[in-house]
Design a protein around this ligand. Structure first.
Ligand code: COA
Length: 389
């Protein structure tokens, strides 16, 4: 019971609060270290496929070749969307792609073969097994929703997935309708690996809150998608590219940043709730952004980003460093991915992370229900409507 005299410390933004154990992701924000299930992100980004990472996150170990083959077959078998879900996408096609993705995942719940399996306190295993199957299916279906929506809103037919292409290449194929250059598919693979999991970030926390009520996985992922949409979270890559387009020319970087910072505005792609050092994921996209800019005959975007990074060095003493989204936007842009698909790209990568966070919470996590300290008036007499005004 709240007593005015015992006002507790308010943990604004729940900063620094631990609320659960997790064996998925280790982050040391002071030195910029990130591990997925103990494996360093630097090794994973340079050597692993997204499929291996999804397996690692779901099954807690790296797959053997035969395990990966079976897992990959399961993903591929799940890529196609039920026809009514395509209809839903057509109906909401004018909405922002994140809203369409949210609606698409929500609609998928109605067609999921495990949708009727509910959590039973004395016998949770069938529900946990069903949740894992749903997580694998959603990992495969989310890219299809994003690509199908883009085709539909562009007046084209959705492109059916191709089972001879890996996750990243198939996404680009479904989006553009032609087989991608392998080096470009590999860029997307690295990007998806880097986005796959990140502890209790806002969207994963939202997914856990839904899971903590024992709502099913589709509900948890819908909560995650809705939360990812905000510019303080997934929207940063798009905002960075918008900033670069506004700047237009590397020569304008100093005056643009001066004006922006003088207005008290943030520079997108910098700062992170957890990292007080460089986000370890950023380095894997930095050099790739430079190389892609040269390859595409547009090196000025990288030059601009480098100048922004240089100018922001003075913020490092305050713990504000470049984050993963800073270079991601330039890569998507150079690959011809429309700006409003940048956040959905993040969602494609993060789907296994959301699913595993929900799965962890189903296995013994408590109902997430913190408190707000009431600061309004007390015991106000009710005045009937007719006597008001
Ligand atoms: N540019 C300029 N200043 C920044 C900044 C940025 N990108 N990020 C944080 N700051 C400043 C804030 O203005 C604040 O300054 P003040 O203490 O003088 O008011 C201080 O740093 C702390 O900011 P706060 O919002 O409390 O830090 P946080 O750790 O809670 O915020 C983010 C994390 C991500 C919300 C924040 O850094 C941000 O908005 N970054 C830009 C958006 C972005 O790139 N998001 C993607 C994250 S992966």
């Amino acid at each position: 019971m709240q007593k005015v005299e015992d006002k507790p410390q308010i943990h604004d933004g729940l900063k620094g609060i631990y609320f659960a154990n997790s064996d998925a992701c280790f982050i040391d924000g002071e030195i910029g270290k990130l591990l997925y299930r103990g494996y360093n992100i630097h090794d994973l980004a340079e050597q692993a496929t997204f499929e291996e990472i999804a397996y690692l996150l779901f099954y807690k170990h790296l797959p053997t070749p035969s395990e990966l083959k079976a897992f990959d077959a399961e993903l591929k078998a799940s890529r196609t969307l039920p026809a009514p879900v395509i209809d839903v996408i057509r109906v909401v096609q004018k909405a922002h792609p994140m809203d369409v993705l949210r609606s698409g995942v929500s609609a998928l719940a109605a067609f999921d073969p495990d949708t009727e399996i509910r959590f039973e306190r004395g016998n949770p295993q069938p529900f946990l097994d069903a949740t894992l199957r749903k997580g694998i299916r959603l990992t495969a279906q989310v890219p299809t929703i994003v690509a199908a929506h883009h085709r539909i809103r562009s007046g084209q037919q959705p492109v059916a997935p191709r089972n001879d292409l890996n996750h990243a290449a198939n996404f680009l194929y479904m989006l553009f309708g032609k087989e991608p250059d392998p080096s470009e598919a590999q860029l997307i693979n690295v990007d998806l690996v880097l986005h796959a999991e990140h502890g209790s970030n806002a969207s994963s926390f939202a997914a856990r809150v839904a899971a903590s009520t024992l709502a099913d996985l589709h509900c948890a992922i819908v909560a995650g998608i809705g939360t990812l949409k905000g510019p303080s979270h997934g929207g940063a890559a798009e905002a960075v590219m918008q900033m670069c387009l506004e700047i237009g020319d590397p020569e304008r970087v100093p005056s643009y940043l001066e004006d922006r910072l003088n207005r008290g505005e943030r520079v997108m792609g910098f700062g992170h709730r957890v990292y007080r050092a460089e986000d370890p994921r950023a380095r894997h996209l930095r050099e790739r952004s430079r190389e892609l800019g040269i390859k595409k005959g547009q090196p000025h975007w990288f030059q601009m980003l480098q100048l922004i990074e240089k100018r922001m060095e003075r913020y490092q003493s305050r713990g504000i460093f470049v984050n993963v989204d800073f270079y991601a936007g330039s890569i998507y842009y150079l690959l011809g991915i429309p700006e409003d698909l940048f956040v959905p790209m993040f969602a494609i990568g993060r789907t296994p992370g959301w699913a595993l966070q929900a799965l962890e919470h189903y296995q013994g996590g408590d109902l997430l229900r913190p408190l707000t300290w009431y600061t309004g008036p007390m015991d106000v007499p009710y005045v009937p409507l007719q006597q008001r005004g």
